[in-house]
Design a protein around this ligand. Structure first.
Ligand SMILES: Nc1ncnc2c1ncn2[C@@H]1O[C@H](COP(=O)(O)OP(=O)(O)O)[C@@H](O)[C@H]1O
Ligand SMILES: [Mg+2]
Length: 362
């Protein structure tokens, strides 16, 4: 009786093992002593594109393995798992039937009770994880690059203002003093010309410092900085700009203020450069849980998909990148002859979690 129970149990277990072998998402394969694939489950068929028929007893392990990955090399056959009794965890490149290859995480072990010395391998597709990791790393790099660029702009703007700006101011004062002295008419004219040139250079330095990074953005916040940007744009281009603000007025994390400022700056510059617009409207809404900024121009519009596909400028990509780096999104609606609307949404951290987007940028 006991034997019957045992047999039933064994059959049940065997069926369960068989079902696991057939249904797990990881590939399981057995390789014989010569390196030929002796058993394979459906997952290996899916991963390689070869059917069991084309794998079992036909294909050598080296035909589906392109080598192991180490921290130094993408593919190497040094210390191959096949020569080892056991390797609990390693990375390798799996080759598919159609010649593609991708990263997998694998483990291998020789069966101790098997005189045929078979090797069992379990293989997991890591391409999605590696891609996600790559994107995370890329995002981190972009974030560092943007932060470094903002810091550098801030430093140069300060230096222009405090260094060259102050020096020019001293020259201006000195020239004024000279101008009040006893001068020949020719020299007075000369001093007047120099005064004008110095005043112009001062204006230029001020404009450059503001364009690099307005101190208002750090000292007063996003809205005052945007207002002063609007005035400069109106002055430089034949464009009427309006700003509407809805919701509470408050300061946001430095990264959020910088991102929004740069995005609106680029949108305004684009409208001025390309749109032949006469009016530009900016709607700034603080919806507590998110900020929504909409920039609308009444210009000639453009084919957004095409501009992004052709990668004609870095501006559109830069805007999207900046929005994404603070967890937000950017939407551009435009069609030829139909103006352009740009919508940025940036989520705001919950109360008590204020420093989610903060970085040492302020
Ligand atoms: N507001 C707009 N109105 C019309 N065309 C625009 C507008 N914004 C962008 N474009 C078009 O999209 C292209 C790409 O913009 P962008 O990436 O900012 O390029 P750039 O870096 O040259 O400014 C521009 O060359 C222009 O043709
Ligand atoms: Mg641009």
């Amino acid at each position: 009786m006991g034997t019957l129970k045992e047999e039933r149990g064994t059959t049940g277990e065997a069926a369960l093992l068989e079902s696991i072998f057939a249904n797990v998402s990881d590939a399981i394969l057995v390789v014989d002593r010569d390196g030929l694939i002796a058993m394979a489950n459906s997952a290996l068929e899916r991963m390689t594109g070869w059917s069991k028929h084309e794998l079992i007893g036909v294909r050598h392990i080296c035909e589906i393995c392109r080598g192991m990955a180490t921290c130094l090399e993408e593919k190497t056959c040094a210390d191959c798992f096949f020569t080892q009794a056991q390797m609990p965890s390693f990375e390798m490149r799996l080759r598919t039937k159609d010649g593609r290859e991708y990263p997998v995480a694998a483990s291998s072990a020789r069966l101790p009770d098997d005189s045929s010395n078979k090797l069992v391998m379990i293989v997991r597709d890591m391409s999605a994880q590696q891609q996600a990791e790559k994107e995370r790393y890329q995002n981190k790099l972009t974030n560092y690059a943007i932060q470094a660029q903002e810091e550098e702009r801030k430093r140069i703007a300060r230096e222009l203002h405090d260094g060259i700006g102050q020096a020019l101011y001293s020259i201006l004062v000195g020239l004024n003093v000279i101008g009040q002295g006893n001068l020949t008419e020719a020299n007075r004219q000369h001093v007047n010309d120099l005064l004008q040139m110095t005043a112009k250079a001062m204006e230029e330095v001020k404009r450059m410092a503001l364009e690099l990074r307005p101190s208002a953005l750090d000292d007063l916040g996003l809205l005052p900085a945007l207002r002063s940007l609007m005035k400069r744009v109106e002055k430089s281009f034949d464009l009427q700009v309006e700003l509407h603000v809805q919701g509470e007025r408050r300061r946001y994390a430095a990264a959020v203020e910088t991102a929004l400022y740069r995005i609106v700056q680029e949108a305004m510059t684009n409208a001025a450069k390309y749109a032949q617009a006469s009016k530009l409207g900016i709607m700034f809404e603080d919806r507590e849980k998110e900020i929504v900024v909409t920039v609308v121009d009444d210009g000639v519009g453009f084919d957004v998909e095409r501009a992004l596909r052709e990668g004609s400028g870095l501006g559109l990509f830069g805007m999207r990148e900046r929005a994404q780096l603070v967890g937000g999104t950017l939407e551009i609606r435009s069609a030829p002859d139909d103006g352009t609307t740009l919508i940025v949404r940036i989520p705001l951290p919950k109360e008590g979690n204020e420093d989610v987007h903060t970085h040492p940028d302020r």
